[in-house]
Design a protein around this ligand. Structure first.
Ligand SMILES: Cc1cc2nc3c(=O)[nH]c(=O)nc-3n(C[C@H](O)[C@H](O)[C@H](O)COP(=O)(O)OP(=O)(O)OC[C@H]3O[C@@H](n4cnc5c(N)ncnc54)[C@H](O)[C@@H]3O)c2cc1C
Length: 570
């Protein structure tokens, strides 16, 4: 194992600084929200650096998604036609789906601005399916009262490929395979980022005048998830540690995904399978929905269906499976993202069953931000799944991607404005990276539990107590288990285990956020299902649960939701 001058193992070694000292705007992340933030900041002619734990355009939830955006184009609105869409109707759909705990001011901004950001992608070269008269073809997806969802040709691969090309064209510098592990704060102002090279374990310091966190959320928190690249809550933890407030983190969106033996199959979820006539059975061959919604059966809401599968599994009646005889060739043809993956695994889905399991799809809360995506901490903005913006308790389908575009762009613009009037921090101080590497090393030891084992145990706690069914006793136990896991010494022997150990720290902190917020919200709303408080309680809970760092740990409070701005003109 190579060693540095002080005899430390190489994987804790500090790395040389980037030439040129501080950058103007540093964007953490490499997916939808980060790309839009970096592009907007670069348009101001500033020096922009993207820091991605993975590879820009290939990491995060965005690449697994369909990248289908939902918008209401004002030019397609026909005020004299009562069937026509309108900005106000879209606003109402978002508010209703979010069960009124989304930020109405941000929802208005979103509805108004999303068409322009989607047109930006078209102008950069993304092609969308069009009607014969040249309009964008839009269809109604789950929860929308009007057709609004566009289909990008080539899905996320083409969208992200286009964004990456544009970033390079605009001179954005990209540092990949480097995880942000700490935000530098000087005199109350965010002044840069400490990064960990996940391949070599080297620690680097990146001074910056302004930082945008667009590092996604915490899709790794549960044992099953629909995205293929897993985020570990780093973004929320980075913001929280720098003083940002978090809200709505108790709200998560679960879907169902196929599972074959021990292999889970990341995919867009169960909606198309049910739409085309799929049914769900327990281990005795009984239709499970009979026990939850006997009238609508598989036509029930996604929340009910996912909850039913989770409850059946917990009651020992799993695995929950399909029945191949329910589907003919034409129906299989309608679910290609599932059949292609089953085919690749050599599974004869026409004749053999497979399992459906609840999977975390998206996190709906995050850093509390204003309409400029500002966190309230000088020098720090947040967007995409790192922030709490338009979703509230539930996500209206196809609105996450345009949310990343709108608030990513706003974050990038505001960060650029800030950078232009801020004193430029100098390059990293001599020895600063070495000190950061030392501080990181202090968290871990050479003996102790394997971080990969701890990672699994956090997920087991999340699955049993923080998932689709929550109650006071379970949340109390979860917090006790999180506390106990924090005290376990973590063994770090090489770069891979160092990276895992850093992720374990983030996941533990994230699990605590979710448990504390879920504990505080003594009602049921969205997929936050409290068995001890089964009803939605608008009288007490049209409020946000806000988390903030304090000397005693996570401080929990309830905050009023701001009033909506006046209606937009169509
Ligand atoms: C299967 C699936 C299908 C979906 N389909 C749609 C759809 O069609 N339409 C829609 O609107 N929404 C859809 N969604 C939701 C949507 O894709 C996501 O909400 C959105 O892509 C999130 O984008 P993001 O940029 O915020 O984060 P992510 O896409 O999650 O990206 C996070 C980025 O941050 C980086 N990162 C993480 N930690 C660090 C760190 N410590 N340091 C540096 N970088 C870090 C990651 O490498 C990654 O680049 C879907 C989601 C899934 C899972």
């Amino acid at each position: 194992m190579p060693r540095d001058a002080e005899g430390s193992r190489y994987f804790y070694q500090s790395a040389p600084e980037l030439p040129g000292g501080a950058v103007d705007v540093l964007v953490i992340g490499g997916a939808a929200a980060a790309c839009f933030a970096a592009l907007e900041a670069a348009k101001a002619g500033l020096q922009v650096l993207m820091l991605d734990k993975g590879i820009v355009g290939r990491s995060g939830s965005t690449p697994t998604s369909g990248s289908a955006p939902a918008v209401c184009f004002p030019q397609y609105v026909s005020p004299s036609n009562p069937e026509s869409d309108s900005l106000e109707r879209f606003f109402e759909d978002l508010r209703a789906t979010g069960e009124l705990v989304n930020d109405p001011r941000l929802v208005r901004v979103f509805v108004d601005e999303a068409p322009r950001r989607v047109l930006d992608t078209a102008n950069m070269g993304v092609r969308y399916v069009r009607t014969p008269d040249g309009r964008f073809r839009q269809h109604a997806t789950m929860g929308h009262t009007r057709p609004r969802t566009l289909t990008p040709i080539g899905r996320s691969r083409s969208v992200l490929g286009t964004l990456r090309r544009e970033l390079l064209h605009r001179g954005v510098r990209i540092v990949e395979r480097t995880a942000a592990v700490r935000l530098l704060v000087e005199d109350g102002q965010v002044a840069g980022v400490v990064g960990l090279d996940v391949l070599t374990g080297q620690v680097r310091v990146f001074p910056a005048r302004a930082v945008v966190v667009a590092g996604g959320s915490a899709t790794a928190l549960f044992p099953y998830q629909s995205a293929s690249f897993l985020t570990t809550g780093d973004a929320w933890v980075l913001g929280y540690e720098a003083g940002a407030r978090l809200a709505n983190v108790e709200f998560m969106e679960f879907t169902l995904i196929p599972k074959l033996g021990r292999t889970i199959i990341p995919s867009g979820g169960i909606s198309p399978y049910l739409t085309f006539g799929g049914k769900l059975y327990d281990r005795h061959g009984e239709r499970i929905l009979k026990r939850y919604d006997p009238e609508r059966m598989e036509g029930a809401s996604r929340g009910t269906i996912v909850y039913a599968v989770y409850s059946e599994m917990q009651a020992g009646r799993g695995p929950i499976t399909n029945e191949p005889a329910d589907f003919n060739e034409a129906q299989w043809h309608e679910v290609p993202d599932i059949t292609q993956r089953l085919d690749a695994l050599g599974h004869d889905y026409r004749n053999e069953q497979f399992e459906w399991v609840p999977a975390l799809h998206t996190c709906l809360g995050g850093m509390l931000v204003d309409a400029e995506a500002w966190t309230g901490v000088p020098g720090l903005w947040a967007a995409g799944e790192s922030a709490s913006t338009i979703h509230g308790a539930n996500r209206l389908s196809s609105c996450a991607i345009p949310d990343c575009y709108v608030f990513g762009a706003r974050a990038g613009r505001a960060a650029a404005r800030h950078a232009l009037r801020t004193y430029q921090p100098g390059p990293a101080a001599p020895g600063q990276a070495a000190r950061e590497a030392e501080a990181l090393r202090a968290h871990f030891s050479t003996n102790g539990e394997q971080p990969a084992d701890l990672y699994q145990r956090i997920r087991e706690v999340a699955w049993s107590s923080l998932g689709l069914s929550r109650d006071a006793a379970g949340l109390h136990n979860a917090l006790a288990e999180i506390d106990a896991l924090r005290r376990v010494p973590v063994a770090v022997a090489d770069t891979a285990s160092l990276v895992k150990a850093v992720e374990v720290r983030s996941l533990l902190q994230t699990a605590e956020f979710v448990a504390r917020a879920a504990q505080a919200r003594t009602e049921s709303r969205g997929q936050h299902h409290r068995t001890d408080f089964p009803a939605r309680d608008d009288e007490r809970w049209l409020r946000w649960v806000v988390l903030q760092r304090s000397e005693q740990g996570v401080q929990v409070s309830a905050a009023p939701i701001p009033s909506p701005e006046p209606a937009l003109q169509d």
